[in-house]
Design a protein. Structure first.
Length: 414
């Protein structure tokens, strides 16, 4: 029979799967419509009020698309609204954030070497910052800054850099980058929910009532859509970053995240220009490569020595339960013999490993107690770890010892 920990991990996997699928749908639709909008060309026989048209071929068929700047004189009975891709991506992402970083906050969210916070305080900061970020950004867009789009974009970048730094002062490196991605994705989805869709509904209502829609609503939507366009690629990077310690396991993670937003601008500028003119500016790739080289260099700069601080801190109540459970000493020896060559403060498995995988350290007894659930899932309930070419003495008996110790701790807690 499955225990709750295994079921919970499968729930997290299912939600992550849903999040990836919906994100693919949202990003795919977004990129398609941006490319379509930029490829539109005027034609002599276009209907009245049309801005441009585009012919495309796909899947053995031809597609003829016509765009109206405001709306056609007559609306069709069926009108497709592209909104659920965005909403489902944000909702599934929010659920995943809660599962991993709120429920598992003591391991994945909080870093006591940076800020001594209770879990509830970390959760409040996590959720509150997403809401506050949208409110600040929304007011910026509603101000006179909207008349100078370039300045507005620069101020948005400054806001993202400030949040990148702030998150890194409180959360673990992994959580900091993930939250910056969630912060940005919240802005993007809120743009759709609070601005783009309501303005489109106003236009449709005016047309149905026989009124001429105000062109300002299209202008507002254009500004928000442009921001979403340039923010998409950095968000994807930040969502993937939790799998790569080279991105988050350094004191310069907040600078790495900030530079990634610049690469999003250079890459999208190339494709936006290419779709509009047929030829993209190749200098953008040179700038992107230089930025990535700087990012790669920053990821190898030795981080500040905070490991001794983490070793010296007192154990939490949960960690104490695992450290005092029957079989813990044996499990610590098993983990040290099979895992710590990679999961060390200075990995010694090979010369190419600069940081421990996922920044998980398994050397001291405190380390093992802290990562008890991950050890159970990776090396007890499954054979995911250690990897086959790194196994030394991880026998079936050792895995059973890990399972027994974990169950002893859970029974003691109950």
């Amino acid at each position: 029979m499955f225990d709750f920990i295994v079921i919970w991990d499968w729930i997290a996997f299912a939600v992550r799967w849903l999040h990836v699928v919906t994100a693919m749908a949202w990003i795919g639709a977004s990129f398609y419509f941006i490319a379509l909008d930029l490829m539109l060309k005027p034609a002599e026989d276009m209907p009245e009020g049309a801005f441009g048209e585009e012919w495309e071929v796909h899947g053995g068929g031809f597609y003829h698309t016509t765009k109206y700047l405001v709306a056609p004189a007559r609306l069709p009975d069926h009108l497709t609204w592209h909104k659920w891709q965005s909403y489902s991506t944000w909702l599934s992402g929010a659920a995943l954030l809660m599962i991993i970083y709120w429920v598992g906050g003591e391991i994945y969210l909080l870093d006591p070497t940076k800020a001594d916070l209770a879990l509830w305080q970390g959760i409040v900061i996590s959720g509150g910052s997403l809401t506050l970020g949208w409110l600040v950004y929304d007011q910026m867009c509603k101000s006179k800054l909207s008349d100078t789009p370039t300045l507005l974009m620069l101020l948005l970048f400054a806001l993202l850099v400030a949040m990148s730094w702030a998150y890194n002062q409180i959360f673990t490196g992994r959580a900091a980058l993930l939250h910056l991605g969630a912060f940005t994705a919240t802005i993007m989805t809120a743009n759709v929910f609070f601005q783009i869709m309501p303005n489109q509904r106003i236009v449709v209502a005016d047309l149905q009532a026989g009124r001429t829609p105000d062109a300002k609503y299209g202008k507002i939507a254009k500004v928000r859509s442009t921001h979403n366009n340039y923010l998409t690629l950095p968000v994807v990077f930040l969502m993937l970053s939790n799998h790569y310690p080279l991105a988050f396991g350094t004191q310069y993670a907040w600078i790495i995240a900030s530079l990634i937003f610049l690469t999003g601008v250079t890459i999208r500028h190339y494709f936006n220009t290419m779709h509009a003119t047929g030829k993209g500016p190749h200098w953008t790739w040179g700038v992107t490569v230089i930025l990535m080289i700087i990012i790669a260099w920053l990821s190898t700069v030795p981080k500040l020595d905070t490991m001794e601080q983490s070793q010296a801190r007192p154990l939490t109540a949960t960690e104490t339960t695992f450290a005092q459970a029957a079989g813990f000493d044996d499990v610590h020896k098993i983990v040290r013999g099979n895992c710590s060559m990679c999961h060390a403060r200075e990995p010694f498995y090979n010369d190419t490993m600069l940081w421990p995988p996922k920044n998980v350290v398994l050397e001291t007894k405190a380390d093992v107690a802290h990562h008890a659930q991950a050890i159970y899932l990776q090396a007890g309930a499954s054979h995911a770890m250690p990897p086959p070419n790194a196994i030394r003495t991880m026998t079936a008996e050792n895995r059973q010892a890990i399972v027994a110790w974990f169950q002893n701790a859970k029974n003691a807690a109950n």
